[in-house]
Design a protein around this ligand. Structure first.
Ligand SMILES: *Cc1c(COP(=O)(O)O)cnc(C)c1O
Length: 413
């Protein structure tokens, strides 16, 4: 009898560190314990009404395929949006043809890595990194090489580190700023320095900017309204790719619309061929994403203000717990915290398995899954602040109590 086993790459794929503990959370819920989800970045801010209305307004008799690269109307509107952000000054103005609409930023990452790397090549990431970078490169038989950033260094990656890490098979750097999972935001100077190293060494720079709007200190925006963007920096027309998404910006993760933007025509042609194999990105969702572009900036601002309050409440709550170390993140809606525990994964499981306060416990993502280097992140967790302030305050109280009772607590240094 033949055993029908999955491929080696299917067997070897890594489980998501964000969802890995879900069976333990389900078991807790089965026992009647409610779980505060700090593990996952699913925003709870209402999707703008214009987006919901666009879905309701769909009235075509046939739900047909759309163009593989996305509709011209939406791509034209996106180009205008980017030029308004100042990307015009980064080289020639962004045109509709520079934009390929994808099924979420996720597909833009998949296509971006596939268009820049062959099997056996590698991407460079700055750990802790967004785990799906490795997930996608794994699917493509592309390796992952990591430069390590640290809590002490504010989780910033330098051009010198990138220069040192680039190897013979490094074809692309994949970096998110504002960063998931660290919340670190790079300045335009840092972006330029890193992009310059990449360009000089023949390496593409895939800049994942899906959290562009989520910046909590105006100075970081350098006079604009969003985090500095790679395509706004002059001189990188050939090696710069932007990865973008409506998921976080419009609190519309289920819309499954993102895009890849590049001024490099040859790269765009390759991505378009990939896009043609999957025929079309979602059609109705594109109408909704197009409508989303008209969201008044006041609506976005108020969401950012909410997240800032959440961040501040969470950071204050965590700092009040003895032995917990945390830096206040500048952007996105995640932070990394160092806990006084023997093993963060064991502690996260114990929280779900063995601990509750008034029928409630907390779920966090153990940090080791955000590192490529074995052994790193053993005492760190990623916390998403996508819950209301009152819940974050409760979560910190639960965490404080839990750290008093946890048997694997590490004595204060
Ligand atoms: C959420 C996220 C994405 C893409 O999400 P989609 O929902 O597929 O658009 C990409 N990069 C980072 C860092 C993210 O957090």
């Amino acid at each position: 009898m033949t055993a029908f086993l999955p491929s080696a790459r299917g067997r070897d794929a890594l489980a998501s560190p964000i969802r890995r503990l879900t069976p333990f959370a389900d078991a807790a819920k089965g026992r009647g314990v409610s779980v505060l989800h700090l593990n996952i970045g699913q925003p709870d801010i209402p999707t703008p009404t214009a987006v919901i209305d666009a879905y309701r307004a769909f009235a075509e008799p046939v739900l047909a395929y759309g163009p593989s690269e996305g509709t011209l109307a939406y791509r034209t509107a996106l180009a205008a949006y980017y030029n308004d952000l100042g990307y015009e000054s980064g080289g020639r103005a962004i045109e509709a043809n520079d934009v390929i609409v994808t099924t979420g930023g996720s597909e833009a990452l998949l296509f971006g890595i596939a268009a820049t790397c062959d099997p056996g090549d590698e991407i460079l990431v700055a750990e802790p990194y967004y785990p799906n970078y490795r997930g996608f490169s794994h699917i493509l038989a592309v390796g992952t090489r990591a430069v390590t950033t640290t809590a002490q260094g504010g989780y910033r990656v330098s051009a010198a580190q990138v220069a040192e890490a680039i190897g013979a098979r490094t074809k692309a750097l994949v970096l998110s700023s504002p960063g998931n999972p660290t919340g670190t935001v790079l300045s335009s100077q840092e972006l330029r320095d890193i992009a310059t190293v990449c360009r000089d060494r023949g390496v593409f720079f895939l800049s994942d900017e899906v959290y562009r709007d989520f910046v909590y200190d105006a100075a970081i925006c350098e006079g604009g309204s969003t985090a500095p963007g790679l395509l706004a920096q002059p001189g990188f027309d050939d090696n710069a790719l932007l990865i973008d998404s409506v998921s976080k910006r419009y609190s519309a993760c289920g819309a499954r619309i993102g895009c890849l933007v590049t001024r490099n025509r040859a790269l765009r042609a390759a991505v378009l061929k990939f896009a043609q194999t999957r025929l079309s990105p979602p059609v109705v969702d594109q109408l909704a994403a197009h409508a989303a572009l008209a969201t008044p900036s006041a609506v976005l601002r108020s969401a950012i203000d909410d997240y800032r309050r959440r961040r501040d409440a969470l950071v204050a709550g965590l700092r009040a717990i003895p032995g917990v170390q945390v830096r206040s993140p500048d952007g996105a809606f995640y932070l990394f915290a160092t806990l006084p525990v023997d093993d963060a994964e064991k502690f996260c499981i114990w929280l779900l398995d063995h601990f509750e306060v008034d029928g409630e416990t907390v779920m966090m993502a153990p940090a080791d899954g955000f590192y490529a280097t074995p052994g790193l992140g053993k005492d760190e967790v990623r916390i998403a602040y996508v819950l209301q302030v009152a819940k974050l305050v409760r979560a910190c109280a639960i965490l404080g109590r839990a750290l008093q009772s946890y048997p694997g607590r590490r004595p204060a240094a």
